[in-house]
Structure formats: C-alpha cells, structure tokens
Design a protein around this ligand. Structure first.
Ligand SMILES: [Zn+2]
Length: 464
C-alpha cells in the first residue's frame, strides 16, 4: 500500500473553457461532475500557449524564459542554422516527479510532453509522448513496459503516440485515428493505474488538440468556413462524449482518497488564416533575399542577404521574430545601440498591421524580457500573436499574398489560445466552485504542496 497522498492528473491537451464549461458541457458529464464536486476555473496558459513548453512549465513551475524553451523548435545558438527540437532532456529544472522521486515517491507518466526519448533513469514508469516517432525503437521506461503495452494491444505500432501528418491525411482517417488513439491510451492507463504502485499519476491525451486543429470549422457555425449539414458536424460532440467516458472509467479505478485533477495546457480559438511573416518582412524591407524566389519556399532554403537583413521570422501558432544583431548573429546588421529602437519600430508596425479587409488585425507583440522573470537560451526578440492568435504565422516566402488561407503545412480550423482549464477535487481545505486567477505555472507547486513539499527556485507558487 502507498503511504501518504496520491495525486492523479488527467491532461487534456487543448482543453478549452468555452467548450468544456459551456458549449459542450452536456457531452462531458464525468468532467462536469468533478468540477461540481471540487474547484474549477480558467487556467492562464504561458506566453506562448504552445504544448512544448506548456506542460513542462506546468510541471516545473517555470516560465518558458526560465526554461529557455519557446516552442517545439528553438535556436540552440545565435547562428542562422542552429535549431534544436525540444526533447525530454531539454528541461533543465526539476519537475514534480523529480521532487517526488527525491522523497522516495514513484510516478506513473503516460504521454506527458516532452517525453521522448525515454529517460535512462526514472523514479517510476514513463510512457513516451506525442513526440515519439512511430518507428522509435524505445518509447518507455523501464523497457519491460514497452513489451507489456505491445502485448496488451496486440503488437508493435498499435499504441498511437500521435497522428502523423494529421494535416495531410483524409478527414475520415484522421477522425478514426483520434478515437483509436484516445481509446488505446486510456486502455493502457486503466491497467497501469491498477498494477503499478504509484504515488503520482499523470496522463496527457492529445486527441482533443488534433480534433480542434482539424475539425473546428466543421463544428463552429461562427467559423467562416463552416457549412451547415457537413459530414463532420457532430464530430466534436461524438469525440467529447467518448473522451469523457474514458475519463470517467479511469477516475473510477483511482483510489478513493486520490486527489484528482483534470486540466489542459492551453485552449483553442477559430483560426482565420495565416500571415506570411517573412513575405511581410521582405515587403517592409527588413528581410532581403539575394534573389527572389519563384515558388513558395521555406525561408531556411532561400539565399538571405544577411548583410542587408534586419529581421527574419519563423512560422507556427505564433510568430517568432529574430533580429540580426552585430556581435550576436554571424553577419549582424543592427548595432547593439540601435537594437531597442529597431525592436520598438517593429512592435509598432506589427501592431498596426491591417487584415485583408484593411482594418487593423489586432496583433499583439511581446518582448520576452517583459513577460518572463528570466530569459534563458536564445529567445525570439519578439513573440508575435497575429490578430491576437486568430491568425497563425507562416514562415515560407514567395506566397502570392501576405494573407493565406492555407497554412504552409495544410489547413487548420483552429489556433491555440491563451486560456486552458483546471478542475480539482479531493484536496483537504481546497476551494470549491468556480475559482478565478488560476495560472498554468502554479500547477506544479500546487501539486507538490499536496505532498507537503515546497518548490524551490520557481517564481510560481501553489494556489492553495
Ligand atoms: Zn497543447
């Protein structure tokens, strides 16, 4: 028998307050019951609200700046090529399970990003996350766990980490995969929560995120691409109900005294289109190519005239802007003394950028130094939310217009939004009902406080 408290977290990637608390509340009776019996509220995500680093920020109690991770891909140095993909070893601060492990407590993690490659040592059991390639030779710790999962599901490749190229697969196939992925992950989870003597359990399910990205415009009548009577009109309702069943059966298997949390890392909102960030920078004279491109080309494959370039951008759910600074970048063109002037000029221009109808898009721009207590690694010089995240950032150049309605890797119906969800029940003395002011980075310290452990070195704190 385990001694002391046990906390179980069910993470629903991209869980959105508007949908879970209001529009689709009727489809999620088990989650609604947990909310009614405990506390719940909107959860302010990090800047930027991106899966990696969001879960890591939640579980370490640190901002992206303190972790030096600003997205899936980060500049590893100030050269023009040095990009690295975030992985399980990128997190340089102790997570909840590290602090618990130091006290001799065991954790069971399933799908918590970044969870690939599997750790060499771990205080408990860990199954990889959506970053795990389908062909990965190893995906869990200890390795015996891989064999258990493969046998349980009837062979290699049956456990689905993520839907590969989900933006380019047929809609029927993607929807079927979303259901199968969730079903199989929860099947494995139900067995493991019963068999393994865990003190802390956490699962992150990606199905909701994939559903939102691919099917939002089939569901939301407010989306410009919505067509009434389309074949996927009830896909959200069907998936939410099925996911809620899985959550309900898993909650039933948890020990009676377990403290249970259902939460997300960020929300979602309808996406209107993409801003071709680098094409805009070229148009405005900040980015100069040695020769114009003839077709749509990834910016990394163009010949940039660095000596005459002031800034370049990167695509993604939000835009990352990098300045070309003398003494920092190899062929920097901005003198350090001019850095802040150039940066402020770009903030002004970006925030004034009009949309396709000529009215101001409502773009919000953040300087990392203003939003993080510390800025580690090579941060973007500006974090750009085009149309306050109604538009995503497209990195390629040579697009016919600055506005595109096809993202450079396939169409999306939704973009990430800055607010996720949090619900918790079973902690002694916790509040009940709707609670305001909850923040993602405070979740880790809150969980540790339930075990009587204080977090050190984090600026965030327990909200209990
Ligand atoms: Zn996410």
């Amino acid at each position: 028998m385990q001694q002391g408290p046990r906390v179980a977290v069910i993470g629903l990637d991209c869980g959105t307050p508007q949908l879970l608390f209001d529009d689709l509340a009727a489809e999620v009776p088990n989650i609604s019951k947990l909310m009614a019996e405990g506390m719940y509220g909107d959860l302010a995500s990090i800047t930027p609200p991106i899966t990696v680093p969001a879960w890591a920020c939640a579980m370490t109690g640190r901002t992206p700046g303190e972790l030096g991770i600003y997205g899936f891909r980060n500049r590893k140095d100030t050269s023009y090529e040095g990009l690295s993909i975030a992985h399980s070893g990128s997190i340089g601060a102790p997570a909840v399970w590290d602090s618990l492990g130091a006290e001799g407590k065991s954790s069971l993690l399933i799908g918590v990003p970044p969870g690939f490659p599997p750790p060499k040592e771990f205080p408990g059991w860990r199954v990889g996350c959506f970053l795990t390639p389908p062909s990965a030779e190893h995906f869990a710790y200890p390795q015996g766990l891989e064999v258990e999962i493969e046998e349980e599901l009837g062979g290699k490749g049956q456990y689905i980490f993520d839907i590969t190229n989900f933006r380019k697969q047929g809609m029927d196939f993607v929807l079927d995969q979303v259901f199968k992925m969730t079903e199989r992950r929860f099947k494995v989870a139900r067995r493991l929560v019963k068999e393994k003597p865990w003190d802390f359990f956490m699962l992150v399910e990606m199905g909701m995120d994939r559903l939102h990205h691919v099917f939002w415009h089939y569901f939301d009548p407010k989306h410009p691409l919505y067509k009434p009577g389309n074949p996927f009109e009830d896909a959200f309702q069907r998936y939410y109900r099925s996911l809620d069943d899985e959550v309900g059966t898993l909650l039933e298997l948890l020990p009676e005294d377990a403290i249970t949390i259902v939460m997300s890392d960020h929300g979602a909102r309808p996406m209107m289109g993409g801003i071709c960030f680098n094409d805009w920078l070229i148009e405005q004279g900040y980015l100069v190519l040695k020769e114009p491109v003839r077709a749509v080309t990834p910016v990394a494959r163009t010949a940039i005239d660095w000596g005459r370039t002031t800034a370049w951008g990167d695509g993604g759910y939000y835009g990352r802007l990098f300045l070309n600074v003398a003494g920092r970048e190899p062929q920097g063109s901005i003198q350090p003394a001019e850095y802040e002037t150039v940066r402020n000029e770009l903030v002004t221009k970006l925030e004034a950028m009009p949309g396709p109808d000529g009215t101001v898009l409502g773009t919000k721009v953040h300087k990392p130094q203003d939003v993080y207590p510390e800025v580690k690694g090579v941060a973007p010089d500006l974090l750009v939310y085009f149309g306050d995240l109604e538009w995503r950032s497209v990195g390629s150049v040579g697009n016919p217009s600055v506005y595109t309605f096809e993202n450079d890797i396939g169409p999306d119906g939704a973009n990430h939004d800055r607010t996720g969800v949090f619900a918790m029940k079973g902690a002694s003395g916790q509040p009940s009902g709707k609670v305001e002011g909850l923040s993602l980075v405070d979740v880790g310290p809150t969980i540790l406080s339930l075990y009587g452990i204080e977090s050190h070195g984090a600026t965030s704190r327990s909200f209990l």
